[in-house]
Design a binder for this molecule. Structure first.
Ligand code: NDP
Length: 313
């Protein structure tokens, strides 16, 4: 077990965390970063990123994260594999505990813990997790070659997952609770053009069934508020793409959070209600949630931390 002292502890390693690491290490703050449950963050579970400026041919999430990692460590960021399990934000310096047994004593903290995929809350989801239920098509799509799968949701993520799966699976059923897709027009167009994607509007999932693994979903189709019919749709895979929840569990009661649990920051800054604590990326952004906006906010958090340290002297 080590006691590590740092001017800046960065929690989480998506584009926000890595950008904060690049900026703080170049500013000689010798940051320590704990990468968290999903090293590289959510982007490592997506396919191709086509909208990050500068990559005109697109880049995979993992490649981008490898590059960011190299860039951050090149300037001296101390990147640690592990999770911050507890932190005391009530006094400075802040004291954090990591699952590797280390204690980190930090003058500032940048929180970039991101958000995690949401589930519908059906008991069956737990039952079939790893046996057909997944929240990551790029991680698990491979197992459904020429099979039938369902994707729940009507946003950009759901469209992206459905398109990805349509190139692997035989048929893809998109289960959309409203009578329209929330996704961007370009994604909608791609979905509607795919012959093996079937969009089931006004439809909700009532349950899942199967003997040894998942065999299908019980779906209810609505007309207005009336349930028109309930039927069993055979599927081997059931993918959730219904949005995310911010990873703020260890900060509850210590930092101002909004109703949904996102960290509240001051105006256009990364400043939280606790002096010396800054938030960047999806953990503080229920609105944009893009790799590029996360990276931009990681830069802001680094600059805010640097300024704060200068001010307190
Ligand atoms: P969104 O919040 O945009 O969409 C969530 C979808 O899930 C909606 O269709 C919503 O339905 C549905 N949903 C939510 N809860 C339930 C439920 N309990 N049962 C059934 N359906 C449910 O999340 P996304 O993850 O798709 O996107 C998040 C952000 O990231 C967006 O800003 C998006 O544009 C962006 N993004 C951009 C990408 C890109 O540009 N390449 C790729 C992926 C995401 P309803 O509409 O009825 O609320």
């Amino acid at each position: 077990m080590e006691t590590i002292k740092t001017k800046c502890l960065i929690i989480g390693s998506g584009p926000a965390g890595y950008t904060a690491a690049i900026y703080t290490s170049r500013a000689n703050l010798s940051p320590v970063m704990y990468v968290g449950h999903q090293p590289g963050g959510q982007l490592t579970t997506t396919t191709e990123i086509e909208n990050f400026p500068g990559y005109h041919n697109g880049i995979t999430g993992s490649e981008m994260m490898d590059d960011l990692h190299k860039q951050a460590t090149r300037f001296g960021a101390d990147v640690r594999n592990g999770i911050i399990t507890a932190i005391d934000l009530s006094k400075r310096p802040f004291v954090a505990k990591a699952d590797d047994g280390n204690e980190i004593i930090a003058d500032t903290v940048i929180i970039s813990t991101g958000a995690t995929a949401r589930y519908l809350g059906l008991p069956d989801e737990e039952k079939y997790k790893g046996l057909g239920v997944s929240a990551c098509a790029t991680c698990d799509g491979f197992f459904y070659r020429r099979k039938k799968v369902a994707v729940v949701g009507g946003g950009d993520t759901a469209c992206e997952e459905a398109l990805y799966l349509s190139n692997i699976a035989a048929e893809v059923y998109m289960i959309v609770r409203k009578d329209y897709l929330r996704a961007s027009k370009v994604m909608q167009k791609r979905v509607f053009e795919k012959e093996n994607i079937h969009v089931l509007f006004n439809t909700v999932t009532e349950g899942l069934y199967g003997e040894e693994g998942l065999e299908g979903a019980t779906l209810a189709e609505f007309k207005g508020t009336d349930k028109e019919r309930v039927y069993n749709q055979p599927v081997d895979g059931f993918f959730l793409a219904i949005g995310h929840s911010p990873n703020t569990g260890i900060f509850k009661g210590q930092l101002a959070l909004d109703e949904a649990g996102y960290i509240i920051t001051e105006g256009h800054t990364s400043i939280t209600n606790v002096p010396g604590v800054f938030a960047a990326g999806d953990v503080a952004d229920p609105r944009y949630r893009q790799a590029i906006t996360a990276a931009g906010s990681g830069c802001k958090a680094a600059l805010d931390a640097e300024r704060y340290l200068t001010e307190i002297g």
